[in-house]
Write a protein that binds this ligand. Structure first.
Ligand code: PMP
Ligand code: GLU
Length: 399
């Protein structure tokens, strides 16, 4: 008997965690696997942020916080949005959650009913489509490719909008492609959405600081869509705080109320010590932490130069985040060392089994022919991983 709800039956496990768990199991068996699966900084949390968390424990911040977060944190987030993005928000418009993941879910749960459509430019982050399904909605995909840097155009967006469209959900900088939308591109997108007041933009900006050109634009900066936009951000990537689980949304007042209502029935306020530590993180000059971005930039160059030499790979040059998303169409529908490669997920499994390198296939990101490599790993591991893959594919029997 299937006791699961239809809602659960519709869902898949998060592929990023599926692949990272596979690597973990292989390592436990003594195999020397290199993991380029999960997108999380490999740095430790900076010392001043840790100190702030210790202080919060000693000062007994051990009770429930307000559902949308401590006021001082929401104020610090408003200051950050003003300082970095020239955006005006009041603390009442901010909802602090257990990671940006929950912030996105809060927004979707506030606006999506059964059968509603949510537009996802593909490739998209693995959880978007699953979250839409969780809410009973239907994802509408916009196809992009490596030739246009995996970015949708305003024209493509307009032709995807219907009376059932509730939201446009995308990340810029993008996980998995590493591209980001420029000011002029976002302006065109904003002009389209402004014509359709029933559409809400969910702008996931969690990789904002990991932008090698330093040119981040938030679509909420365009006044014509400010009232239609939920900005999502958080502490995981920029401050290496993935396990601390602090993310936030900045919304128009009507939507902020929705987020608080959903969160108040689901998880309550986020972890109090991590909230207090986040105040310190956001108030510290980011130059303190920029060494992480510089390190990611060096690794990007390293991987780009090595990956270009791998046979059958068409490599994009990512401008932001810490992912490569090369196209491996060359290997699709071929048999490698006796294994038939139907799609990018089969290819990722091939790399795991034969080269002992863990990656994530593009299928759950909405792309059949690309594979995601996280380069949030040490230089030594990155060099070794590229070497293993190159040698493995050079030697492979292909038919
Ligand atoms: N959005 C994107 C694009 C992500 O890659 C991630 C995962 N790191 C998240 C949101 C969720 O981040 P977190 O829940 O750790 O804040
Ligand atoms: N977002 C990261 C990734 O894309 C962490 C895993 C997850 O939350 O799915 O790998």
């Amino acid at each position: 008997m299937n006791k699961y709800s239809e809602r659960l039956n519709r869902l898949s496990f998060s592929q990023t965690f599926v692949m990272s768990n596979k690597v973990r199991e292989m390592k436990a068996k003594g195999l020397d696997v290199i993991s380029l699966t999960l997108g999380e900084p490999d740095f430790d949390v900076p010392p001043n942020i840790k100190e702030a968390a210790f202080a919060a424990i000693n000062e007994n911040f051990s009770h429930y916080s307000p559902v949308p977060g401590f006021l001082d944190l929401r104020q610090a987030i408003c200051e950050k949005l003003k300082r970095d993005n020239n955006l005006e928000y009041a603390p009442s418009q901010i909802c602090v959650s257990n990671g940006a993941k929950q912030s996105i879910l809060n927004v979707l749960a506030s606006i999506v009913d059964d059968g509603d459509e949510v537009i996802l430019p593909a490739p998209y982050w693995v959880s978007y489509d699953e979250m839409v399904k969780m809410m009973g909605g239907k994802s509408v995909f916009i196809e992009t490719s490596i030739e246009n840097n995996f970015k949708m155009t305003a024209e493509q967006l307009e032709s995807a909008i219907t009376p059932q469209t509730k939201a446009l959900l995308y990340s810029s900088p993008c996980n998995p492609s590493g591209s980001y939308y420029r000011y002029e591109e976002l302006e065109k997108i904003a002009n389209v959405v402004a014509k359709y007041p029933h559409v809400t933009i969910i702008s996931d900006e969690i990789y904002e600081y990991i932008n090698y050109d330093g040119e981040h634009t938030s679509i909420a900066e365009f006044p014509q869509v400010y009232e239609q936009t939920a900005v999502i951000n958080g502490m995981s990537k920029a401050f290496a705080m993935t396990g601390w689980r602090i993310g936030y949304s900045a919304c128009p007042a009507w939507l902020a109320v929705g987020c608080e209502k959903i969160q108040g029935q689901m998880t309550s306020g986020a972890n109090t010590m991590a909230q207090k530590a986040s105040v310190t993180a956001l108030k510290t000059d980011y130059s303190e932490y920029r060494f992480m971005i510089d390190e990611f930039r060096n690794r990007r160059e390293l991987v780009y130069n090595l990956m270009k030499e791998i046979p059958g790979f068409t490599v994009n040059y990512p401008e932001a985040a810490f992912y490569f998303f090369p196209d491996i169409s060359y290997y699709i529908e071929k048999t490698l060392n006796g294994k038939f490669i139907q799609d990018a997920d089969d290819f990722a499994m091939f790399l795991l089994d034969e080269a002992l390198v863990g990656t994530v296939g593009g299928v759950s990101f909405g792309n059949q022919t690309c594979v995601r490599f996280s380069y949030a790993a040490s230089e030594k591991d990155l060099k070794e991983a590229m070497k293993r893959i190159k040698e493995c594919l050079e030697k492979a029997t292909i038919s």
